[in-house]
Design a protein around this ligand. Structure first.
Ligand SMILES: [Zn+2]
Length: 278
């Protein structure tokens, strides 16, 4: 699933071709069902004539600031956003769920093969967003706040990093990467961390996500940039592994990477560099 670096890359990729444009309507090839908080007709009527003032991100959500509403998109497993001239087709059109024709003849399209993605319209994003923790790449993500938040928690580090109400935007990939950078075992508990380990984890979260953003996300599944090209984050993984890359050694010690399941999520770590579960 796209995480903070992937979603932020999509936001940045969409801005040049969509900000300042006016949505003409919303065209659904089939009824949106659970994909949206509105039916097709109501959503189209609501967004028609609204300009796209800005696109931002909160956690793994894209926030299109219309005027006066917000269009909130979650890509989930296989969602893809792209912009094309109205008459032009693209392989992703096979899974097209909604198209937004814009005032310059282009279309903003959302395709989603697995249909877990979401497209919501609300006056305020808070109406449709769940409780979300701080943005880890913002300046407001301070060590003091992080230390206080982690002192209130007791769960395993891997599960804690995936909890969107603890820190926003981290998923399975960057949780494994951050724990490897911090040299912390994924089964360690929040309450077992020393102050030095909390400092390392705070810095590692930012380092893992910044690297992912620098490489424009990880294209190991469906994720592609809006122009269809791949991110390169997967070429720089420290601990996260796929079936194809599970044989690759730890880049720090050269030893094997171990895969376990934590809370039903595949979890990859170096038993040499990341100590014991405590
Ligand atoms: Zn290692």
């Amino acid at each position: 699933m796209p995480e903070l670096p992937e979603v932020e890359t999509v936001v940045r990729g969409l801005r040049p071709s969509t900000v300042g444009r006016v949505i003409q309507q919303a065209v659904f090839p089939a009824a949106p069902g659970r994909m949206s908080n509105m039916d097709a007709e109501a959503l189209s009527e609501r967004v028609s004539g609204q300009p796209i003032r800005a696109i931002t991100r909160r956690a793994k959500y894209l926030l299109f600031q219309l005027d006066p509403d917000m269009l909130v998109v979650h890509l989930k497993m296989t969602g893809h956003l792209y912009v094309l001239p109205g008459g032009e087709t693209n392989p992703f059109d096979r899974w097209l769920r909604v198209a937004f024709p814009l005032d310059n003849g282009t279309e903003l399209r959302f395709s989603d093969a697995r249909r877990f993605g979401r497209v919501y319209v609300a006056r305020d994003a808070a109406e449709v967003l769940p409780a979300l923790g701080p943005e880890p790449l913002d300046e407001g993500f301070t060590l003091e706040d992080f230390r206080a938040a982690i002192r209130r928690r007791s769960g395993r580090l891997k599960s804690l990093l995936l909890d969107q109400s603890f820190v926003a935007g981290i998923g399975n990939i960057y949780a494994d990467e951050a724990l490897h950078i911090a040299r912390l075992h994924p089964l360690r508990t929040a309450s077992s961390l020393s102050d030095d380990e909390i400092i390392r984890l705070h810095a590692a979260i930012r380092e893992a996500l910044s690297a992912g953003l620098q490489y424009e996300g990880a294209s190991i599944g469906w994720y592609r940039k809006p122009d269809g090209s791949r991110g390169a984050s997967q070429d720089h993984f420290r601990a996260y592994r796929t079936r194809e890359t599970q044989h690759l050694p730890c880049p720090v010690c050269g030893g094997p990477i171990t895969t376990i399941r934590v809370g039903q999520r595949g979890t990859h770590f170096c038993p040499t560099c990341q100590g014991n579960p405590g």
